[in-house]
Write a protein that binds this ligand. Structure first.
Ligand SMILES: [Zn+2]
Length: 304
């Protein structure tokens, strides 16, 4: 199975672009190795609208968004997850508009998360300030004027990650869980590989076929992409088990061997992704670790 990524995307910074009937997108000018061309803010509806992921603390983006929506009213602010490229603008936007904010709760580590150890923690990832005025659970429906959005709990990239299905259409806002330009980062302590894989299955069981992600362009044929993502992670898992069988014992040794083709700026994330796999393998009894399974620990194949 080949997993295909596309980096073909025009961010059109500062402009609100219609991408489907009743759906517009404005991309924040915060491009980076982690955010690709920048964070996508989506506007759902017309007249009285919902905003999904207002973005990082960036007054310029908010100003451009509100100018593009002049004559319309923002009534709801939805947050896919509390990473700093998605949620911090929510507070200012709520204060300016009086709109309610919706999300799966404040930032939190994955259940059973182990300390990462060392200096491996991805800096500046979590937005610990965001608190939704309307906490949303899995399956809950957010009713707007002319649209209904259903929250789909999709932990893995972040424990409080939600996707939003636009009911009555084939569209799902997939946040950072599923994107078309790259695989997502699954990094402890926010992320959990076990939850991420289960959340891919959650989306496979749903009907939506076209995803609008937090970064980059739409993902068409989404179920095929989901199957490719699952196969990709299983391949990484096999590669890690293979390195352990060959005698590697540490995260840096494994990363050096299996992430040769990856942008060196992402090696810190690769280490955490490898750690996410190792913690999952330890939990499943396939890998042994004498101490807490963190970045500094030594790992081996479990006997038997
Ligand atoms: Zn993001």
């Amino acid at each position: 199975m080949t997993l295909e990524f596309s980096r073909d995307f025009d961010p059109a910074y500062g402009r609100l672009v219609e991408i489907a009937p009743g759906i517009r997108r404005m991309t924040v000018a915060n491009p980076s190795a982690f955010t690709f061309a920048g964070t996508n803010t989506y506007v759902v509806g017309e007249g009285r609208v919902a905003v999904i992921d207002p973005g990082p603390a960036d007054p310029g983006h908010l100003h451009a968004l509100r100018a593009a929506l002049s004559g319309e009213t923002i009534t709801r602010i939805l947050v896919t997850h509390t990473h700093r490229d998605h949620s911090p603008n929510a507070a200012a936007l709520a204060a300016e508009t009086g709109a309610a904010s919706y999300g799966a709760g404040p930032h939190r580590p994955a259940p059973g998360a182990h300390p990462v150890g060392g200096s491996g923690r991805l800096d500046a990832a979590g937005d610990t300030a965001f608190v939704p005025t309307r906490p949303v659970g899995d399956g809950e429906i957010i009713e707007g004027e002319g649209f209904r959005l259903q929250a789909v709990a999709t932990p893995g990239h972040a424990d409080n990650h939600l996707a939003f299905a636009l009911l009555g259409t084939d569209i799902l806002f997939s946040g950072d869980h599923v994107m078309g330009w790259a695989t997502t980062v699954v990094a402890p302590p926010d992320g959990s590989m076990r939850d991420y894989m289960a959340s891919l299955d959650v989306l496979l069981a749903r009907p939506e076929s076209r995803y609008l992600p937090g970064h980059g362009g739409a993902v068409g044929n989404a179920h095929s992409h989901l199957r490719g993502l699952k196969a990709h992670r299983r391949m990484r898992e096999r590669a890690i088990l293979d390195r352990l069988a060959k005698g590697d014992e540490t995260v840096p040794e494994i990363v050096a061997a299996i992430y040769r083709d990856v942008d060196p700026r992402l090696h810190g994330a690769a280490g955490l992704s490898t750690l996410a796999h190792l913690q999952d393998l330890v939990a499943r009894g396939l890998v042994a670790c004498g101490a807490a399974p963190d970045l500094a620990a030594r790992y081996a194949l479990a006997p038997g």
